[in-house]
Design a protein around this ligand. Structure first.
Ligand code: F0G
Length: 499
């Protein structure tokens, strides 16, 4: 008997990496299709300017209805798979003991080999619990990390701790060919440990896919070395896996220590190297939530009490059980190479198209999104005029695309009130997973090419309302001249009645 569809045909894995083209250059190829879509609207440039002015020059304060392409973040806005949506229907509602939680715990154990799971409502909630448990409010309490993330640092300093960042020098170079710019400088780790004393180090934290330096990955060799150092010196090794899926892709394609290995084999090794792993499931797991996981009961026990105190009972931690189900499936899917390759290949293509036009970007391209180098894009703006924030506003006006400032605006002032100038002034155009297509990217490249030609028109911003903590979220700024009007006039001159 012949079968119309043979099971083996259905189960055969996709092989995007090995598809060759006959008549064109390779392009990133989506190995999924869209089945639910959301209509977009591109408002005229005058309305875009009014919207960003109404938002205090801050892209965080824009309303979605005014945005064409939302590239603010990939956080909580990645497209879910059919299997994730289906899993949500079997959510097991219960204050305590929900089966949904145990399915998520199983997925985490499958990924990292870790036995204990503490749920939290998102990544920073996990960071809050870590900071409550391990940051001591004494002058020398220090968390050492490859690089900080905004919420991580804010929570540690809020609870009286300090942060030291020791990414390798290549990590802070906007342009480099180092494949793992997020690696930690191991010599500095030894020096700092000797200087501060292990007893004053709350933990050593490595962030996968190092966000603020352009989504740059960490190598397995670095994780092994940091783990060994921490264990020889009685230090706690914490791994932020929020951006692990991009990092895992780069490990698979760039790291000789990972060549030919199954992704799950790599994540299981990471699970053995770190004492504690936490993540934002708004990124890893493509849903909305977060968690901390460990194999050590003593650490689990030290953190556990904070979950019901700040989040919710131990089997939901502030998350909806529907999201917990989606995370469980999303974590399994993050072990599929054809799923995790999507963002990095789109970022690489975005970067390639911009570099071909001479537009300054972070190289090598990382994960998460495209990172424009605002210092080089707007060299006439000093850092106290927030070049990355000004570029974010200008890109919104020119393209209706919303990016995120990742520069001085995102820093906290020094305790004496002086500005802390960021090491890099970046504008991130995030690529939420599976949401945008290549033609969206091509459109943004076109508008960026125009803006690059007209970059002299872009002026600075100044705060008119500046919150003390995480000021970039809801601070309000104004243009320091009439530059937005001049940008709109130039657009109308060049594009006529075009949107
Ligand atoms: N760690 C990293 C590396 C992150 O990128 C984020 C969030 C967090 C922790 C905090 O997680 O948002 O769930 O509380 N990054 C988002 C972004 C906000 O847009 O890059 P969260």
């Amino acid at each position: 008997m012949t079968c119309l569809y043979s099971p083996s045909q259905n189960q055969r894995g996709s092989t995007m990496q090995s598809i060759r083209y006959f008549s064109s250059d390779p392009v990133p190829l989506e190995m999924h299709k869209a089945r639910t879509v959301q209509k977009l609207n591109l408002a005229p440039i005058e309305d875009r300017k009014a919207a960003i002015e109404g938002a205090g020059g801050n892209t965080f304060l824009l309303r979605n209805k005014d945005i064409f392409l939302d590239m603010l973040s990939d956080s909580g806005v990645n497209a879910m798979s059919d299997l994730q949506v289906a899993a949500m229907a079997r959510a097991d509602d219960s204050y305590a003991g929900s089966e949904s939680f145990f399915r998520m715990a199983e997925a985490v154990e499958n990924m990292f080999g870790t036995r204990y799971l503490l749920p939290a409502h998102q990544g920073r909630a996990a960071e809050h619990i870590l900071a409550q448990a391990f940051v001591k409010p004494k002058p020398d309490s220090t968390a050492i990390m490859n690089y900080h993330f905004t919420t991580t640092k804010a929570l540690i300093t809020f609870l009286g701790g300090k942060v030291e960042e020791i990414v390798i020098p290549e990590g802070l170079k906007v342009n480099s060919d180092h494949p793992f710019k997020g690696d930690m400088d191991l010599e500095k780790l030894a020096e700092l440990t000797a200087e501060i004393g292990p007893e004053n180090i709350s933990f050593v934290r490595i962030e996968a896919g190092t966000n603020l330096i352009g989504g740059q990955p960490v190598s397995l060799g670095c994780l092994r070395a940091v783990s060994e150092f921490c264990h020889n010196h009685g230090l706690l090794f914490v791994f932020d896996a929020s951006l692990l899926s991009d990092n895992l892709y780069f490990m698979a394609v760039r790291d000789p220590l990972c060549a030919g290995r199954e992704l799950v084999d790599i994540t299981q090794e990471i699970g053995q190297l770190a004492d504690i792993i936490y993540f934002s499931a708004r990124k890893l797991g493509c849903a909305r939530g977060g968690a901390i996981t460990t194999n050590r009961f003593d650490l689990y026990d030290q953190m556990r009490e904070f979950v019901p105190l700040f989040e919710g009972f131990l089997t939901y931690g502030g998350m909806s059980v529907r999201e917990i189900e989606a995370i469980a499936v999303g974590l399994n899917e993050a072990l599929d190479f054809e799923v995790i390759n999507q963002t990095p290949i789109f970022v690489a293509e975005f970067s390639r198209q911009l570099q071909a036009r001479g537009i300054p970007v972070v190289t090598p391209p990382g994960g998460l999104g495209l990172h424009l180098d605002a210092k080089a894009f707007l060299p006439h703006l000093s850092q106290d005029r927030y070049p990355a924030g000004a570029l974010a506003a200008a890109v919104f006006v020119a393209a209706g695309a919303r990016g995120m400032e990742r520069g001085t605006m995102s820093e906290q002032r020094e305790p004496d009130g002086s500005e802390r100038f960021a090491e890099m002034e970046l504008l991130r155009l995030a690529i939420p997973k599976r949401v945008y297509t290549l033609s969206h990217i091509t459109y943004v490249v076109d508008r960026l090419a125009w803006l690059w030609e007209n970059r002299d028109l872009v002026g600075g911003l100044r705060y008119v309302e500046e919150p003390e903590v995480l000021r970039f979220f809801f601070g309000r700024l104004e243009s320091d001249s009439d530059w937005m009007d001049r940008l709109v006039a130039a657009f109308r001159r060049d594009f006529g009645g075009s949107l």
